[in-house]
Write a protein that binds this ligand. Structure first.
Ligand code: UD1
Ligand code: UDP
Length: 369
């Protein structure tokens, strides 16, 4: 039996690794152990519960006000202990968080092979997203197997001299997760059911990136508030990230504005269904840039670049930057110009067909580890 350990720590990694845990556990050839760092606690536990995953190991590292070095230190030391107890043939990590990089490094120290899921995304700027761009580059150096969502991701890795035979284009596992939770005629069973999704133009907002903390985030929130105030049929729902700094600023700027709903982070199932019901998406998140195009929802990316250019090429995603004027102009265009809206609402899905996890399982069966 091949001993496989899957590690993750934050909400997006959990969402994208959950379908892989489920898939690998179906195969008798594998012994599968799940380790969580709990870099996030509540936002991670929401996902574990939804997908009925009980971790075999839990480092439980989250602290309020944690710095990147705090997270890195605790994970490197914590994973060393776990690898003494259980030495897998391969450690699977996901994406670009500090959990990803620190766990990969800890595995390298024990000479454990690393497989990188969602490999090869690059923005080209090591400070944006920060620290994610560097996390994924360093993880790419450590990993032996690279599971890339798209051909473009493969190209990025080839440019960094990764061997072609070690790269596999699988699609993104987020589409596997999405297909699991989206339903026709979904009911939230809370106050979200009272929202008039047909009569109002509802935007779903998420915002959390480190490089947006401070002035960019103030500009983003002010732009949104002013657009809501000037467009009577425009409404915004913001499930706020649990980072206290973000919540404080959001409440200060948007807390008293009619038609802006600041709510708690949603479980993945209602969140995915809310994407489907919304008119447009405003986000600096990575994963949502992959999910919303599957429903043909226009996405305005509140960042200066993206490592996910595929949906930009199809026209469903537009990178609008973090200046107040630019954000207002682009929101206003989508609200008031039907042609512009229709141009963006293509249902395209460059990120997969929902079978990424099956492909990864097959590759792990075939490869000698
Ligand atoms: C982290 C990742 C980022 C990823 C994001 C997804 C790093 C450096 N950052 O950023 O790549 O896009 O997760 O959301 O790896 N908090 C809670 N409960 C939770 C989660 C967070 O209270 O369940 C609060 C804590 O006060 C914590 C803070 O949020 O200290 C920040 O969490 P952290 O993981 O350091 O950074 P994120 O901004 O969430
Ligand atoms: N998400 C969620 N509930 C929310 C907000 C986001 O389940 O309230 C999901 C979303 O569908 C996507 C993922 O969380 O799959 C994105 O996470 P986040 O924005 O925290 O991180 P990023 O993708 O930017 O790394």
């Amino acid at each position: 039996m091949k001993k496989i350990m899957i590690v993750f720590g934050t909400r997006p990694e959990a969402i994208k690794m959950a379908p892989l845990v489920k898939e690998l556990k179906k195969h008798d050839e594998f012994e599968v152990k799940v380790c969580v760092t709990a870099q996030h606690r509540e936002m991670l536990d929401q996902v574990l519960e939804l997908f009925s995953i009980k971790p075999d190991f839990d480092l439980d590292i989250m602290e309020h006000g944690q710095t990147i070095s705090d997270i890195t230190n605790k994970i490197i030391k914590g994973m060393e202990g776990i690898f003494k107890e259980y030495k897998p043939d391969i450690l699977l990590v996901h994406g670009d968080t500090t959990t990803t990089f620190a766990s990969a490094l800890a595995a390298f120290y024990q000479k454990i092979v690393v497989g990188h899921v969602e490999a090869g995304l690059r923005s080209g700027n090591i400070y944006s997203p920060y620290p994610e761009e560097m996390n994924r580059m360093l993880t790419g150096r450590i990993a032996k197997l690279h599971f890339s969502p798209t051909k473009g991701n493969e190209q990025n890795l080839l440019k960094e001299n990764i061997e072609k035979e070690d790269i596999f284009i699988t699609g993104n596992t987020v589409i596997d997760a999405l297909m699991d939770v989206v339903q026709a005629d979904y009911l939230f069973n809370n106050e979200l059911d009272d929202i008039d999704f047909d009569g109002k133009k509802v935007a779903l907002l998420t915002c959390h990136r480190r490089e947006n903390w401070g002035k960019p985030m103030e500009d983003i929130f002010n732009a949104i508030k002013e657009e809501v105030e000037t467009n009577e049929d425009f409404m915004v729902i913001f499930p706020m990230h649990l980072n206290p700094n973000i919540r404080k600023l959001a409440k200060k700027i948007m807390g008293n504005t009619n038609r802006i709903k600041l709510i708690e982070p949603l479980d993945y199932e209602p969140f995915a269904n809310l994407i489907k019901k919304s008119h447009l998406i405003l986000t600096d998140s990575g994963g949502i840039q992959e999910e919303a195009p599957a429903f043909g929802k226009p996405v305005l990316v509140l960042r200066t670049e993206t490592e996910r250019p595929e949906a930009v090429e199809y026209g469903t995603v537009k990178v609008v930057g973090v200046n107040k004027k630019d954000i207002r102009r682009n929101i206003s265009l989508l609200l008031n110009n039907e042609d512009e809206y229709n141009k963006m609402k293509n249902a395209t899905n460059p990120y997969g067909d929902g079978k990424a996890c099956q492909r990864i399982a097959q590759i792990l069966k075939e490869r000698n580890l």
